[in-house]
Design a protein around this ligand. Structure first.
Ligand code: EPZ
Length: 422
């Protein structure tokens, strides 16, 4: 199992190219199941999660070719496709559940393993299944699998009120609705940029979708979808992660491809902490003013609120801020596992349920730490950039899920980071 060794203290300067969004690509790839025509995605990130989705789609009968320059050609097979998503693939990655809506819409039936919980929470699928049932799906849970079929062989449009703006449920229902008979309205839909990116791709395949990016999405079902080529939107979570790097070390980093609209609430918090964020012709440039950021309070919310996927990285930064910060995690029930690891480095954090109170310290000290989930892992790397001495982050397979070429990107701006095999 590999580790990443970070030696702190080197100021950063230079440019980091931000990749295509993992969480957009993981919804765009299953969209190929909606059409017999090929779907080509450009700017897809090269990540282990993309490889897992490729494996899943191939197990369903889709032809998937990953081309070298981050281009993924995903083409659904012309014949009937296998409509069973096996547990041993689905358990590795929750986003596998995004094949449920497309399979039901295309074939009228599907058997999809429940993904099971993960480190950050139970992550049920009730909002997905309640919505599909409103569209005429009959869904039974048997031996850990959702057995679903569309009454009469085809889903029908419905008005669906989400109790919570679930990203995955919005994606599953929106994809299912593209081929349903009639009109579907999703109220309290998620508004994330990845939803808009998926809607753009589906429209280029011939779908009729309005309101994506707002809380009300309307889909007029059509009989078939066609071919498309779509560029995956920039990864706003990778962007936010690398924007923070110079705040830990001093210096200045320009994140190429960064767009303010993707990270507006995050940038607002950085500026409140006294950090310089500048829009350039090629992206977003960040530098730390003076020695320490100021403490700020953060509450995670659905987009356009502060993203839960940047909470761990922000907490790591606030460990070094001047003053006391309060972070509230409102999206997941167990997303503070990075806190005890940061405390091993000298951070002062008090966790009470979904609230973490961080008292900033002048210095962190390098230490061996354990990665527990994707975003917690990268928060430890960031802390290591500032810590005195050496930080060894273990179980870095978590990082490979969401950060393409992390060591190369950080070394490229002067960080002392290397990957070692144990
Ligand atoms: C997506 O997960 C992202 N993953 C997550 O990113 C991200 O943290 C999350 O959205 C929130 O922004 C992908 O896009 C592949 P949700 P998703 O459905 O769709 C509860 C990362 O690090 N819920 O919006 O699973 C759920 O338990 C990952 O890249 C239900 O109760 O998120 C959670 O508490 C981590 N019932 C909350 O809603 C449901 O049917 C948010 O879940 C569905 C969700």
């Amino acid at each position: 199992m590999d580790s990443i060794v970070v030696t702190g203290g080197a100021p950063l300067s230079g440019q980091i190219q931000i990749a295509g969004a993992k969480n957009a690509a993981l919804a765009l790839m299953p969209a190929t199941l909606l059409s017999e025509e090929p779907l080509t995605l450009t700017n897809a990130p090269r990540l282990s999660d993309i490889a897992t989705m490729t494996q899943l789609l191939q197990s369903l009968g889709a032809e998937v070719t990953a081309l070298q320059d981050g281009k993924v050609q995903v083409m659904s097979s012309h014949g009937a496709i296998n409509t069973t998503a096996e547990y041993d693939i689905v358990r590795k990655m929750r986003a596998s559940n995004l094949v449920l809506g497309p399979l039901l819409a295309r074939e009228g039936h599907a058997v999809v393993s429940l993904p099971g919980g993960c480190a950050i929470g139970a992550r049920p699928m009730d909002i997905h299944t309640d919505g599909l049932e409103k569209m005429g799906a009959e869904i039974d849970l048997r031996d850990g699998y959702l057995h679903a079929k569309a009454a009469g062989g085809r889903l029908k449009g419905a008005v669906i009120d989400f109790p919570f703006a679930s990203v995955g449920a919005t994606e599953n229902i929106m994809m299912a609705a593209t081929l349903a008979k009639g009109t579907t309205v999703i109220n309290n839909a998620a508004r994330e940029p990845e939803i808009v990116d998926l809607a753009d791709c589906l429209r280029s395949m011939g779908a009729q979708i309005d309101g994506d990016g707002t809380s009300t999405i309307t889909v007029q079902g059509v009989d078939r979808l066609g071919a498309a080529t779509h560029q995956v939107v920039t990864d706003r979570i990778e962007l936010g992660t690398y924007m923070l790097a110079p705040v830990f070390t001093g210096g200045e980093v320009e994140c190429l491809g960064g767009r303010i609209d993707l990270v507006a609430s995050f940038v607002e918090k950085l500026r409140e902490a006294g950090i310089d964020v500048t829009e350039t012709a090629n992206g977003l440039k960040v530098s730390r003013n003076g020695n320490r950021p100021k403490a700020v309070n953060v509450t995670t919310e659905p987009f356009p609120g502060f993203p839960t996927d940047l909470q761990a990285q922000m907490m790591a930064m606030l460990c070094l801020a001047e003053g006391t910060s309060v972070l509230e995690e409102k999206i997941f029930e167990n997303r503070f596992m990075h806190a005890p690891e940061l405390m091993r480095m000298g951070a002062q954090i008090d966790v009470q349920g979904g609230t973490a109170t961080v008292t900033g310290v002048e210095k962190l000290k390098g230490a061996p730490v354990m990665a527990t989930d994707l975003r917690a892992s990268v928060s430890l790397i960031l802390a290591g950039l500032a810590a005195e001495g050496e930080t060894v982050v273990n179980r870095v397979y978590h990082l490979d899920r969401g950060y393409e070429q992390l060591v190369r990107k950080l070394s490229g701006v002067g960080a002392q980071v290397e990957r070692v095999s144990n």
